[in-house]
Design a protein around this ligand. Structure first.
Ligand code: NAD
Length: 482
């Protein structure tokens, strides 16, 4: 196990107690038992972290060349790879994610660090043809101190894509993980130090959203804020940052559809239809929570998905089944409320999976549920449930499919299953989403692929090279030399 004290903050390269000297309990969602204690950081700690980041920019970190920064990130990536099993175990214990899925997250974190490490010295400006006598060029400069507020569902992946890109671009970061999931964030800070990241380049403050998170969002020393989480909190964070006119990237929720046309290769589609709904027990921003199916194949898709659902097993994270528990009793209650609503409204429960008999009583388990014939305007087809619940919606033709797919407040991801090439292209353009996948869903997660939402799914892009642009400010230099 990676040794570190969980109830400390990482500021200026040192592990410090929170100013208020208070701590919070972390729960193991697989059995409800206490797992660790984390420091309850607050405004004073955030202020110190921002100060440490500013000093790092004026010191060793700011003095490093892009190539040197890239080398440090690459070294962090190697350490993450070496410790991927330990990190996966920590994540599984902390958020209840089955081990295999947690391992995939650790490997993705390593990939982000490799990718952004390699990209650090390839971020270039341009020269612009202008009036005679001028040379005009653009410089991509780091914003300065970047804030990163991260949710509990994919801590490693989101830290990798957000902090990794910010550091590669030359910023110094202050990270606030979710209070439900801090262990891999703390391990990440330990790894950064071991890889030689200069003190203050990365600072980590654990604590509550309304305390440490709010203090980070409103801190006047933050030059750019990157928030991943719910729409409601994202709106608060954007409003807080607006007071300082700080730019914000918001990665928010989704109600993403997969559209299955009658000509689709159903054998190929089927695993994607179900997995994209139940991965991480459905607690995924890009979960395919709506499955839209053209009527001629609707009954067959429903029947085949139902068969898969009946075989799904939920149990403790370390048992590594199809699903772990939900992250908290609160999250479980939110999802159960939707299931009660489905029953009260007499929606069709097409199938559900099982909870294994020896699952600990204190864990937050839920039987994954497939619900059929859901009217597109129903709450279950409109709102992000954030649990292992998928709804099936029939459609007649392409125009209706597009209208239903685009008919929610969200626009994060969409999937299309059809063999018709022209339809593939029409749909790719017509669907309002940040990513559209044709005859697949998620493309294996691709760290290279820009990601983000439209409408209430957020704005700004993370992942890929695009994220590096998001973490830089463009300066235009015009030299009049005659
Ligand atoms: P959340 O909004 O409750 O919390 C996210 C983070 O914000 C946490 O670190 C929390 O401590 C912090 N926070 C809470 N209140 C705050 C405040 N007043 N000021 C500043 N920070 C505050 O979200 P969650 O429940 O942790 O995560 C689930 C949500 O995240 C879902 O809606 C999901 O779709 C979304 N999500 C989006 C993406 C994406 O990339 N689009 C990825 C993962 C999760």
């Amino acid at each position: 196990m990676i040794p570190f004290a969980t109830d400390r903050l990482f500021i200026a390269g040192e592990w410090r107690e929170a100013a208020g000297r208070e701590s919070l309990a972390l729960e193991n969602p697989s059995d409800g038992a206490d797992l660790a204690r984390i420091a309850r950081g607050g405004a004073t700690d955030i202020d110190r972290a921002v100060g440490a980041a500013r000093e790092a920019l004026a010191g060793a970190w700011g003095a490093m060349s892009a190539a040197e920064r890239g080398r440090v990130l690459a070294a962090m990536g190697r350490l993450v790879l070496e410790r991927a099993d330990e990190l996966a175990r920590l994540e599984a214990l902390d958020v209840g994610k089955p081990l295999k899925q947690a391992k995939a997250d650790a490997l993705a974190l390593a990939r982000y660090l490799e990718f952004y490490g390699g990209a650090a010295d390839k971020l270039t400006g341009e020269t612009i043809p202008y009036q005679r006598g001028y040379t005009v060029l653009t410089l991509r400069e780091p914003y300065g101190v970047t804030g990163h507020i991260v949710p509990w569902n994919y801590p490693m992946q989101i830290i990798g894509r957000s902090v990794g890109a910010a550091l590669a671009a030359g910023n110094a970061a202050v990270l606030k993980p979710a209070e439900e999931a801090c262990l891999t964030a703390l391990a990440f800070a330990r790894i950064a130090a071991a890889a030689g990241l200069p003190p203050g380049a990365l600072n980590l403050v654990t604590g509550l959203g309304e305390e440490a998170g709010a203090a980070l969002a409103s801190h006047p020393g933050i030059d750019h804020l990157s928030f991943t989480g719910s729409v409601a909190t994202g709106a608060l964070v954007q409003a807080a940052a607006a007071k300082n006119v700080a730019p914000v990237t918001l990665e928010l929720g989704g109600k993403s559809p997969q559209l299955v046309f009658a000509d689709a290769d159903l054998d190929a589609a089927l695993p994607y239809l179900v997995n994209a709904g139940i991965q991480n027990a459905g607690q995924t921003c890009s979960a395919a929570s709506r499955i839209l199916v053209q009527r001629p194949v609707y009954a067959s898709v429903q029947q085949r998905m139902a068969e898969r659902y009946r075989a799904l097993r939920a149990g403790p994270a370390l048992a590594d089944l199809d699903l772990g528990p939900l992250v908290s009793a609160r999250q479980q209650e939110i999802v159960e409320r939707y299931l009660r609503l489905a029953r009260d409204n007499r929606l069709v429960m097409a199938a559900s999976g099982e909870i294994v008999a020896d699952a600990p009583r204190g864990g937050h388990y839920l039987r994954p549920a497939l619900i059929a014939d859901v009217p597109p305007e129903h709450a279950l087809a409109q709102e992000e449930i954030f649990g292992p619940v998928q709804v099936l919606i029939p459609f007649d033709d392409e125009a209706q499919a597009i209208a239903i797919a685009n008919g929610t407040p969200y626009g994060l991801v969409a999937g299309v299953w059809t063999r018709d090439g022209a339809r593939q292209m029409r749909l790719a353009r017509a669907l309002r989403a940040g990513q559209v996948f044709v005859n697949n869903y998620g493309a294996g997660g691709g760290v290279e692929l820009p990601f983000g939402g439209v409408k209430q799914s957020g704005h700004g892009r993370e992942k890929g090279f695009e994220a590096l642009y998001s973490f830089t400010s463009l300066k235009t230099v015009a030299v009049l030399h005659g």
